[in-house]
Design a protein around this ligand. Structure first.
Ligand code: SF4
Length: 414
């Protein structure tokens, strides 16, 4: 059985921030709240301590209208000096990225943090699973801080430890667990990474998914790909020559995953029914529409997009690939980008000689990433500067051990 320990550390009452004037929320209240619908959680109106979306962040936050916020962030960071290292994920707001010591995708940032042992505090401007990964990869002396505990990831939330354990039981009953290798996307909770390590699998990123799958198929006959069905399908079908019929989708909300034992036995790729709520929004219509509006436009999308979108695009690649492709693009070229809007806006600003547009007509930020704003960052930095560690993300030892096994397997991929 897999470990179902929830690695999210609850925030203590003393250290918990709240907007000025808001009623303090006690730890008991936080723990008593029942899981609530996504929309409410995204608005930070409720809490689910078992969720990747974390818990509500009550506490004394500076007002967003405070004109001194930038100065306060600078002063707190200067006071902390080398003791703090601020990581900024590519999808973060500009106001937060301004204070990042380094930017990148989640795995790069976690490794950057590990390479800075003198930094006692790692302030992770990203989402919860990223802070967990940083805690796993950094030393025991380094403390990882997530400025807003409600910054989770809806995709990572789509695969809970209990659901994955049930799925594995179904594979065992179907007699295929011993020939199935789990491959989990970096965008998953520490529990799911630990499940992967326990069952001889590997983690992958959107840059090395193909290598991870090739390795997995050299170890077994089937892959259980968690939690992003699109990255799994796109890699297997587009890059490795599998057919769509080689893939089945396991739906954790249906009995037996909504698939028959025969389907499980015949499948090569068992895809978890998860997706990114940001990249999942792009559609074939968005691609056709932008092509009709901008003749000659290059459509460049992230592999978390749906298969039909990826198939209709000109280029497909990870966030780092997108950044490099635009750096290398000739002046005057036109690009429609299918990834998170904060990054697309920054890229458009950085390349005024190229026409860079967002692939969809509707605004599409990652709402949970956007929860890390300047007031939360100021609050976290000032608390640390005053000697109070807030919003620490700490993965328990056993989960960390097995998650590391899976992460190290990724680093050892041929
Ligand atoms: S962009 Fe998608 S995968 Fe990334 S944190 Fe947001 S919901 Fe999760």
């Amino acid at each position: 059985m897999m470990n179902s320990v929830n690695s999210t550390k609850s925030v203590s009452e003393k250290n918990a921030p709240r907007r000025k004037g808001a009623k303090p929320v006690t730890t008991t209240e936080i723990l008593d709240v029942q899981p609530t619908p996504l929309a409410l959680l995204l608005l930070g109106r409720a809490a689910d301590p078992k969720s990747e979306r974390g818990v509500e962040c009550p506490g004394e936050l500076p007002a967003p209208s405070d004109p001194d916020l930038v100065e306060r962030a600078r002063a707190a960071k200067a006071k902390l000096g080398e003791r703090v290292f601020v990581l900024g994920h590519h999808y973060q707001r500009d106001e937060v990225i301004e204070f990042a010591d380094v930017t990148g995708d989640s795995f790069k940032l976690a490794r950057d943090a590990a390479a800075r042992p003198q930094a006692e505090y790692i302030v992770f401007c990203g989402v919860h699973f990223m802070a967990e990964s940083a805690d796993i990869l950094t030393s025991a002396d380094q403390q990882v801080i997530l400025p807003d505990l409600a910054a989770g990831c809806s995709m990572a939330d789509m695969a809970s430890a209990e659901q994955v354990a049930e799925c594995w039981d179904a594979l065992t009953e179907a007699g295929i667990a011993d020939v199935t290798v789990p491959v989990s996307y970096m965008n998953s909770s520490a529990d799911i990474k630990a499940f992967t390590g326990r069952h001889g699998g590997t983690i992958c990123t959107s840059s090395n998914a193909r290598r991870a799958l090739e390795w997995a198929f050299s170890q077994g006959e089937k892959v259980l790909f968690l939690p992003d069905q699109h990255l799994g399908r796109n890699t297997a079908v587009r890059e490795m020559g599998f057919s769509r019929d080689d893939c089945v989708v396991y739906n954790p909300h249906k009995p037996g995953g909504g698939v028959t034992v025969e389907q499980l036995r015949e499948a090569k790729m068992i895809l978890w029914r998860g997706h990114c709520s940001v990249h999942g929004r792009f559609s074939l219509d968005s691609v056709e529409d932008v092509r009709s509006r901008i003749p000659g436009v290059n459509v460049l999308v992230h592999p978390e997009c749906k298969h039909e979108v990826v198939s209709a695009a000109d280029y497909v690649g990870s966030t780092e690939y997108i950044i490099k492709a635009l750096d290398a693009a000739p002046a005057g070229s036109a690009w429609a980008i299918g990834t998170e809007l904060n990054l697309v806006r920054r890229l458009a600003k950085a390349h005024p000689d190229k026409q860079i547009v967002f692939l969809d007509k509707t605004v599409c930020f990652c709402s949970t990433m956007n929860r890390i704003d300047l007031p939360h960052l100021v609050w976290a930095l000032e608390s640390l500067a005053d000697g109070t560690v807030v919003n620490r993300i700490q993965v328990d030892e056993e989960t960390e051990h097995y998650a590391k096994v899976a992460l190290e397997q990724m680093l050892a991929l041929p």
